[in-house]
Design a binder for this molecule. Structure first.
Ligand code: PBG
Length: 332
């Protein structure tokens, strides 16, 4: 850094902020529709939309209505959606067999979207939590989350999603070694063109609360937590190892989650690795913005845009946000 050039009064930083045109000329980062991935919730039935109480403007949609919304997202230029199922409680089991039922809700939704909407990517979550009575992301035995046994099921789950036509499988379960196993399972079945977006640095966060309400897994999880597999919020360097391992196992893209409270992690990872890195603005982050807006305490739109821009500044290639549709309408 040359201090001569940053000396007042010869240098006046405010010259670069003095008008709209100079500010836009000098702006280093920009949020575009291309950066947005829209997470959506799908449920059984037809012609029904059910609001998620803790996530204003977010609805659980039946497949038919979802297809229309996905078309709308595509028309706005949103590159991809991430789809999450609301699974009926009576289908949930101890072993989560429904997760690899070729005709499950997710597979039917993906098929329907793929047959009716061109030009938008579909990302499917790979984890057991929507399908199990205990709400954990893996199989449980004697109070322990089993790693290797869970991976076998995750591979089956990824395979049915690939068969249904999904473009990207996104393991969000945080079991060790699942990326490599899923890659091998996909390749062995001729799905070498299906990508893996690994939730590589996923923290054991309380910001997931509204999501668990949305998919109906919070009651299943009860007072338990996910701390034996999701990362400790105190840890930063561990995220580097997580990402490195997933890259070695064949991840095409990686994810940091949540987003804003983990901005340092996003920045570290994008500096350290050359791999597309996504940030997930999770349900709790979204709910905080929306509820403060609902109370008239903040300009929700402005703080939403500022939060997303901060993720671009930190180097994110793309951002998952429940506000994607609204934002795309504005900036598109
Ligand atoms: C499930 C999963 C979760 C989220 C995405 N996939 C919840 C969890 O890990 O408990 C959270 C998304 C959000 O809060 O918006 N494995």
């Amino acid at each position: 850094m040359n201090t001569v050039y940053s000396k007042y009064p010869e240098c006046r930083m405010r010259r670069g902020r003095s008008s709209e045109w100079v500010r836009s000329m000098l702006s280093e980062n920009i949020l575009t529709v291309n950066d947005l991935v829209w997470p959506v919730f799908v449920k059984e039935g037809t012609n029904n939309s059910e609001p998620v109480k803790s996530m204003p403007d977010v609805n659980r949609l039946t497949i038919d209505l979802l297809v229309d919304k996905v078309k709308e997202a595509r028309d706005l230029g949103i590159p991809a959606i991430a789809i999450f199922p609301v699974v009926d409680q009576n289908i949930k089991t101890l072993l989560g067999e429904e997760s690899y039922n070729r005709n499950n809700l997710i597979c039917r939704a993906v098929e329907e979207i793929k047959s009716k909407v061109d030009g938008i990517g579909v990302i499917c979550d790979v984890a057991l939590d929507p399908y199990v009575v205990h709400g954990q992301d893996g199989l449980v035995k004697d109070g322990k989350i089993l790693n290797d046994e869970t991976i076998e099921i995750l591979c089956k789950q990824a395979l049915v999603q690939a068969e249904a036509g999904c473009d990207i499988v996104a393991p969000s379960d945080m079991m060790d070694g699942r990326v490599g196993a899923i890659r091998a399972a996909l390749d062995n079945s001729g799905f070498e063109d299906v990508s893996i977006m690994s939730y590589a640095a996923k923290y054991a966060s309380s910001f997931y609360g509204p999501f668990r309400d949305a998919v109906g897994s919070s009651a299943n999880l009860g007072k338990s937590d996910k701390k034996t597999y999701q990362m400790d919020p105190a840890n930063a360097s561990e995220a580097i190892r997580e990402v490195a391992m997933d890259i070695n196992e064949g991840a095409d893209f990686v994810m940091v989650k949540p987003a804003l409270p983990y901005l340092d992690i996003v920045a570290n990872i994008t500096k350290k690795f050359s791999i597309p890195t996504f940030a997930y603005q999770v349900s709790g982050e979204y709910a905080m913005i929306k509820s403060a807006e609902g109370n008239g305490w903040v300009n929700g739109n402005d703080i939403m845009m500022e939060s997303l821009l901060s993720l671009k500044r930190a180097g994110a290639s793309g951002i998952f946000t429940y506000g994607a549709l609204e934002i795309a309408k504005q900036i598109g």
